[in-house]
Write a protein that binds this ligand. Structure first.
Ligand code: PMP
Ligand code: GLN
Length: 379
C-alpha cells in the first residue's frame, strides 16, 4: 500500500492522552473540559432523543439550529446571514475544515497557513492535491509577518487558512492583521478559511473576527464549534458561515462526507440557543479566571509563562529546566512528574531551532489546575 499521507502518524492528542491515562498523569494535553456542560442543555438533549428526533436531519442542518446561529452571528458581530443559503451545520469544526479544503483546493493549488498550525490543516490540503506554504510565527508573541506573507503569494495561491484566537499559542490577531491580509489578497482570486472555534474565549477587549470585516467575509468560510463554546467536545457539532456561492460548493462535499450531523444534538442546541441566547457570553470571563489560577500557581516556578490572550491553552517555556526536545520533555513529564502536556513543535513543519515550549490546557477544574501546577513547580 502506498500511503497518501506517508508522514502522518497518530495525532499528538491521541498519543498524549493515551500516555496520560496509562501512567495516571493529570491530563492537560488534549484540549477538552473536565467539567460538565450546562445541565439544561443536557436535559434538552435527553428530551430530544426521547421525543423522536432520531432520524436524518436536513443535509444543511436543522432549521431551528440554523436560525439560532443566524441570530447569534447577528447579535455578536452585527453580520446578517441567510440561514438557508449561508449556514451549514457540520460534524464538528473538523468536518467543516476538511469539507472546505476538499471543495476549494484543486490539484497543484497552493494554500498558505501560519505555523504553528492546527494539525488537521495540512493533511486535508495534501489529500486534496494542494501544497502548503507557511508563514512562521515565533515566540513569545507569534505575530504574523505580513511582508513574509506577501512573498508567498503566487498565481497558484487558492486558499489562506487562519485561526484566531490561535491554537496552540493562545495569541489573538488584531483588526490591523485582517486589514493587512485583505490588502494583500484583495486583487487576487483567493479564498479564506477562518477557523474561529475559540471565538468566545478571548481575554482582551473584543476578539477580531472575519464576520466583522465586510470585504473579507465575502470571500470567507468562517468555522465555529459548539464543542468549545458549550463544553461539549464529544458532541462534534460545528458550523460554517459563508456566502451562498461558497456554501453551494461546501455542501457538495458535506453531503457526501457526513450528509448530516446528529439530529438530537442539533435539536438540543437549537432549543438551547433560542431559549438562552446569551449562553456563550460569559465564556471569556469563565476561562480568564482559570487562566489566571494556572498562571498564578506557576508564577514562581522555573517555567516561563508566555502571553495568553485567548483559547484555553497556556504555553510554557521550559528552557531553564531541561535540554530535552519538547516531545521527549512531554514524555518525561508524564512519566516523572505526572502531568501531560502537548509539545508545540508538532504544529510546525520546521519549528524554530532551540525553541522549548509546551502547551497546557486549562479547561479544567481549579483543583486539577492547582495540583498540576504544584507538581510542575517542583521542577
Ligand atoms: N480547529 C481548532 C483550532 C481546534 O482547536 C479544534 C479542536 N481542538 C478544531 C478545529 C476542531 O473542532 P471540533 O472538535 O469541533 O471538530
Ligand atoms: N483540538 C484539540 C486540541 O487542540 C484536540 C482535538 C482532537 O483531539 N482531535 O487539543
Amino acid at each position: 500500500l502506498t500511503s497518501k499521507l506517508p508522514s502522518v502518524g497518530t495525532t499528538i492528542f491521541t498519543r498524549m492522552s493515551a500516555l496520560a491515562a496509562e501512567k495516571g498523569a493529570i491530563n492537560l494535553s488534549q484540549g477538552f473540559p473536565d467539567f460538565p456542560p450546562d445541565a439544561r442543555l443536557l436535559a434538552r438533549a435527553s428530551q430530544a432523543i426521547l421525543t423522536d428526533n432520531n432520524q436524518y436531519s436536513p443535509m444543511t442542518g436543522l432549521p431551528i439550529l440554523r436560525d439560532a446561529i443566524a441570530s447569534l452571528v447577528e447579535r455578536h458581530y452585527g453580520r446578517k446571514v441567510n440561514a438557508l443559503s449561508e449556514i451549514t451545520v457540520t460534524s464538528g469544526a473538523s468536518e467543516a475544515i476538511f469539507d472546505t479544503i476538499a471543495a476549494l483546493v484543486h490539484n497543484g493549488d497552493e494554500v498558505i497557513l501560519f505555523d504553528p498550525a492546527y494539525d488537521l490543516y495540512e493533511p486535508a490540503v495534501t489529500l486534496a492535491g494542494g501544497v502548503c506554504k507557511r508563514v512562521t510565527l515565533t515566540a513569545p508573541n507569534f505575530r504574523p509577518d505580513w511582508q513574509a506573507f506577501a512573498e508567498l503569494l503566487t498565481d497558484k495561491t487558492r486558499l489562506i487558512l487562519i485561526n484566531t484566537p490561535h491554537n496552540p499559542t493562545g495569541s489573538c490577531w488584531l483588526a490591523e492583521d485582517l486589514e493587512s491580509l485583505w490588502r494583500a489578497i484583495a486583487s487576487r482570486d483567493i479564498y479564506l478559511l477562518s477557523d474561529e472555534v475559540y471565538e468566545f474565549i478571548h481575554f482582551g477587549e473584543s476578539a477580531v473576527s472575519v464576520h466583522k470585516h465586510a470585504e473579507l467575509s465575502k470571500r470567507s468560510l468562517v468555522v465555529s464549534s459548539f464543542g468549545k463554546s458549550f463544553h461539549l467536545t464529544g458532541w462534534k457539532v460545528g458550523y460554517v458561515v459563508a456566502p451562498a456561492e461558497l456554501t453551494v460548493e461546501l455542501r457538495k462535499v458535506h453531503q457526501f462526507v457526513s450528509f448530516c450531523t446528529a439530529t438530537p444534538l442539533q435539536q438540543a442546541l437549537g432549543e438551547h440557543l433560542t431559549a438562552e441566547p446569551e449562553a456563550s457570553t460569559g465564556l471569556a470571563s469563565f476561562y480568564r479566571q482559570k487562566r489566571d489560577v494556572l498562571r498564578g500557581a506557576l508564577a514562581s516556578s522555573r517555567f516561563k509563562l508566555l502571553p495568553c490572550e485567548g483559547t484555553y491553552f497556556q504555553l510554557l517555556d521550559y528552557s531553564a529546566i531541561s535540554d530535552l526536545d519538547d516531545v521527549a520533555f512531554c514524555e518525561w513529564l508524564i512519566d516523572q512528574v505526572g502531568v501531560a502536556a502537548i509539545p508545540v513543535s508538532v504544529f510546525y513543519q520546521q519549528a524554530p531551532r532551540d525553541q522549548r515550549i509546551i502547551r497546557l490546557c486549562f479547561a479544567k477544574e481549579e483543583i486539577t489546575l492547582l495540583e498540576a501546577a504544584r507538581r510542575l513547580s517542583e521542577l
